[in-house]
Design a protein around this ligand. Structure first.
Ligand code: TYC
Length: 115
């Protein structure tokens, strides 16, 4: 422990080790945008909405919609906080304008699951 301040310098030849500098850029915390299931929104509307707002092809959008329908909720995309919250409110406005009760939320990702 050459840089332990409790050890006088004459015990370590005057050598002081630098702490490793923290990385200049930290990975931003990521947020997942999830859609919740309900009993009223038509499946076709959900599929088209996922294609439109989350840029998925029809096959992927259909798979996500069916996941939500059976499991109760599903992740449509993962973004930084600003983008995730903007997407969730755009989706909620769009669903309201079309008189569907579909709900969308942005929630922090579990850090352990990030790649
Ligand atoms: N459960 C809806 C139905 O049976 C379909 C649906 C899927 C609704 C996904 C919302 O996020 C949703 N018409």
């Amino acid at each position: 422990m050459a840089n332990d301040p409790s050890i006088p310098e004459h015990f370590n030849d005057g050598v002081t080790l630098e702490e490793e500098a923290p990385p200049a850029l930290k990975k931003p915390k990521m947020y997942q945008v999830v859609l919740l299931n309900d009993d009223y929104t038509p499946m076709e509307f959900v599929v088209e909405l996922i294609e439109k707002f989350f840029r998925k092809d029809r096959e992927t959008a259909t798979r996500i919609m069916l996941m939500i329908h059976t499991e109760g909720k599903g992740v449509c995309g993962v973004y930084t906080q600003d983008i995730a919250e903007t997407k969730a409110s755009q989706v909620n406005n769009y669903s309201m304008q079309h008189q569907h009760p579909l709900l969308c939320e942005a929630e922090p990702c579990n850090d352990d699951e990030e790649s």
